[in-house]
Design a protein around this ligand. Structure first.
Ligand code: MIG
Length: 798
């Protein structure tokens, strides 16, 4: 029989903060991680436990003990839940403190092996919700589906294609009222079955390597995500320029084309920060070279672009062209850094450059060798790096399973290393860039990834298609990546394959403004897809939304700070804030997400002039008109061409600034602080620093805790923490939803009189922040006032 269960418990040991349970056919080891997750490992027969992990950075364990034991079972307690181990056969059940079962091994199958494969069957519960999983297609609720992790270059994928480019084997699930998370830390081909086979079980299995999973539980799913990030890492605050609008195509060349592009953006007053060089910048697609004619004067071009406030990111593919005399290849051979067959011959595949060798990024020596090449590009004036083809992708073929990888001392083959390759390439790229940039923060973008990638790179969702399906699917993928600990992701605005048209482009460029990574990109030989390529109306919409993005930059930048503290993603799945509201999973509402803590974004299709939206609990304001809506209701919203439905949560505190043309340009010193009337306390951490160096790690940041207390009618802007000299000198306070007549405005320690306030008359359809000259719409209950943004705390009575 192929199926071999873990069997009965024979004896147990406690050692070194582990509980080790010996069974008939193997052993289980249980540990409680410093931040609350419970780790379960299984080893077969007399095998040792293998602790090696590329994903996990924090391996600290708490002390663990068996709290009670009977003939039948063992009980282990931790702060968040209890674990029951039944002995005959060994089965694990996680139980909430109130006695309800969160998650249990399927009684008949539990943990079992089948050949090299290891599988954990879990009881499936009625109505159980499965979600998260990162870059996985299908609906937000993945119940009834099966997914596989095997990083794949999937050109023109569909809304149900699986697998795609990245593997983050971490899911959220909800059994009755109980949320839990499971992270299977195994880089081989893994399968997750969420009740796709029957009504009896869900399962996760790995083709190779050990069962090694982490179980998380909290009533607050944000806490689960935080614990996952505490285990696998956070994204450090990115360079501010990488949060601006970015323009790519396959490919811009020669140099004059980039200069024209830059001029176009500035002339048209469409803010932008980054231009991209796709594969045609290289000489015969040889990595770390410049094309001798197209970019004969790369340095001059880069210097000119810099003057206009543009950064440049270049694509870096893993394959190294096999060509006599090509120094990168020759050095690579000398240093012995390429992947090999078991007989010692270098493995070669084929991609853009023709025949290529692949660096073994799971080998430290290879990562160091690779990292060294970034100095020249940085010296030339390149600012960021874009890793593509790192699944790795080989023309029409798969890397054979027997190809050997160093796997940092583990000596593994392709079966276990495949899913980790892209992440280790991004790591080597990040380390090289960091070293070369001498104190500036690197920006790396990757297509392929594994759990933990958030420590090194932003992720984009590869070769999507110019159609409505992808607009919606893209929103879900980004939100799900957020649930997999990746806060910095995006998709090709307008779609990569095929051609966007006017209606699609205007919707997508608007939506993209509310995604973390905001980049337009398109395929070779397709029509132009820059913000001005779809006619005047679309250009106007693009300008307005891109400008709005820059006005929101203090909010967006602060959200990245927040992620680095608690793991909260930028595209925030609604389940994180509304964990008991299952309506958010309904097909018609599943694309909605929060952008940061306060903005509810409702993606709308190119031909939808009306959109049905669902507003969860609380009061909401239309971002553009301030119209108030009651939560837990559905609404039909009118969506003219220029309107993306965005709603603001009551109590929201949203810091903004004047529009700038790029993020290297300083704002005018006015903090535009928007406050939306609410019923309960709310707060926001306003974060600033120099936007490009690591000086913040030595205290050079400006952090202001802002707190709104409606019962006390107060808004408190606490004293600044940190030594960075704030870019803001005064505050313009915009009050939304307040009854102006009864407003008692005043500020402690500030000489402000009621006359200092004046009412403003926004709002253009595009821009809630506009102190509009045209008095088209008058919002009566919006007022602003200027304060000196002194170092002291500011208390405002409202
Ligand atoms: O075989 O570098 O997903 O963004 O423009 C295609 C060319 C290789 C795939 C990437 C795409 C990029 C393209 N690349």
């Amino acid at each position: 029989m192929a199926h071999q269960s873990i069997g009965n418990l024979i004896r147990q040991e406690q050692e070194d903060n582990f509980i080790i349970l010996y069974t008939e056919n193997g052993k289980i080891r249980i540990a409680e991680m410093e931040f609350g997750a419970l780790r379960v490992q299984a080893a077969r027969g007399v095998e040792d436990f293998n602790d090696f992990s590329y994903a996990v950075t924090n391996t600290k364990r708490k002390s663990i003990a068996i709290a009670s034991e009977t003939d039948e079972e063992l009980i282990i307690h931790n702060k968040y839940f209890d674990t029951r181990v039944s002995k005959f056969p060994l089965r694990i059940t996680f139980i909430k403190k109130d006695g309800s079962i969160i998650n249990a091994d399927e009684p008949a199958f539990g943990i079992a092996w089948d050949g090299e494969e290891v599988c954990n069957y879990k009881s499936l519960n009625k109505g159980e919700i499965f979600t998260g999983m990162g870059e996985k297609t299908g609906p937000l609720n993945k119940a009834g589906r099966q997914y596989q992790h095997w990083n794949t270059d999937e050109f023109g994928y569909h809304s149900d294609t699986d697998p795609l480019y990245t593997s983050t084997p971490f899911y959220f699930a909800k059994n009755a009222k109980n949320w839990y998370g499971i992270f299977l830390d195994n880089s081989s081909k893994t399968t997750f079955n969420f009740g796709a086979s029957n009504h009896r079980f869900s399962f996760f299995k790995a083709e190779r390597g050990q069962l090694n999973y982490y179980f998380f539980h909290s009533d607050d799913p944000s806490e689960i995500l935080k614990q996952y990030c505490q285990l696998t890492g956070f994204t450090a605050i990115p360079p501010k320029w990488s949060l601006g609008y970015q323009q790519c195509r396959y490919s811009y060349y020669p140099a004059t084309e980039l200069l024209n592009l830059a001029e176009n953006f500035r002339d048209r007053q469409i803010p932008a920060d980054v231009l991209y060089l796709d594969i045609h910048y290289m000489d015969a697609y040889k990595v770390f070279t410049w094309h001798p004619e197209r970019f004969a004067q790369a340095r001059e071009m880069l210097a000119a672009l810099k003057k206009k406030g543009f950064k440049v990111v270049v694509i870096i593919d893993p394959g190294v062209k096999i060509e006599k005399g090509y120094s990168v290849m020759e050095e690579g051979i000398k240093k012995d850094v390429f992947l090999k067959y078991p007989d010692g011959e270098n493995y070669s595949g084929e991609a853009w450059p023709g025949k290529i060798y692949f660096p073994d990024f799971t080998k430290e020596k290879a990562r160091k060798w690779w990292a060294n090449y970034f100095k020249d590009l940085v010296e030339d004036g390149i600012d960021g790096f874009w890793n593509d083809m790192n699944e790795p992708a080989v023309w029409g073929k798969n890397v054979p399973d027997l190809v050997e990888f160093e796997y940092d001392g583990q000596k593994e083959n392709h079966k276990l290393a495949h899913n980790i390759y892209g992440m280790q390439m991004a790591r080597a790229t990040f380390e090289g860039a960091e070293n070369a940039l001498a104190g500036k923060r690197p920006f790396v973008l990757t297509r392929s990834a594994f759990s933990g990638i958030q420590r090194y790179a932003a992720v984009w969702t590869g070769d999507n298609v110019s159609n409505e399906d992808h607009l919606f699917l893209g929103a879900r993928l980004i939100t799900q990546l957020g649930l997999a600990g990746v806060p910095f992701s995006g998709n090709d605005i307008g779609g990569f394959i095929g051609e966007s048209d006017i209606p699609l482009f205007r919707r997508w460029i608007a939506l993209g403004a509310f995604t973390p990574f905001y980049r337009g990109h398109t395929m070779i030989n397709s029509r132009d897809a820059e913000p001005w390529s779809f006619g005047e109306e679309a250009e106007e919409i693009a300008r307005n939304y891109i400008t709005l993005r820059y006005k929101l930059m203090p909010y967006i930048y602060s959200c990245f700070y927040q992620h680095s503290q608690d793991g909260s993603p930028l595209n925030k799945a609604l389940l994180l804030d509304f964990p008991q509201d299952e309506k958010i999973f309904k097909g018609e509402f599943q694309n909605q997400y929060l952008f940061g803590p306060s903005l509810l974004v409702c993606p709308v299709g190119p031909h939808q002039s009306l959109l049905k939206v669902y507003l969860p609990k609380g009061d909401w304001y239309d971002f553009f008109t301030d119209k108030k809506y009651k939560g837990e209701e559905e609404y039909i919203i009118e969506c003219p061409n220029d309107k993306l439905p965005v709603f603001v949560k009551e109590g929201a505190i949203i810091p903004g600034q004047n529009p700038v043309q790029n993020n290297s340009e300083k704002n005018n010193g006015e903090l535009i602080l928007h406050l939306y009337k609410g019923k309960s306390n709310s707060e926001f951490e306003l974060y600033e620093d120099d936007g490009e160096t690591y000086a913040y790690r030595n205290g050079a940041f400006a952090l202001r805790h802002i707190k709104y207390d409606p019962k006390a009618s107060s808004l408190l802007i606490a004293q600044q923490k940190g030594t960075y000299k704030s870019d803001f000198k005064k505050v313009k306070l915009c009050l939304h939803g307040f009854d102006i007549e009864s407003l008692k405005l005043g500020a402690k320690s500030l000489k402000v009189k009621k006359e200092d306030f004046r009412f403003i008359e926004p709002v253009s359809n595009f821009d809630p922040f506009e102190d509009a000259a045209d008095k088209s719409k008058i919002i009566k209950d919006l007022a602003f006032v200027n304060f000196d943004f002194v170092k002291d705390e500011i208390m405002i009575r409202i």
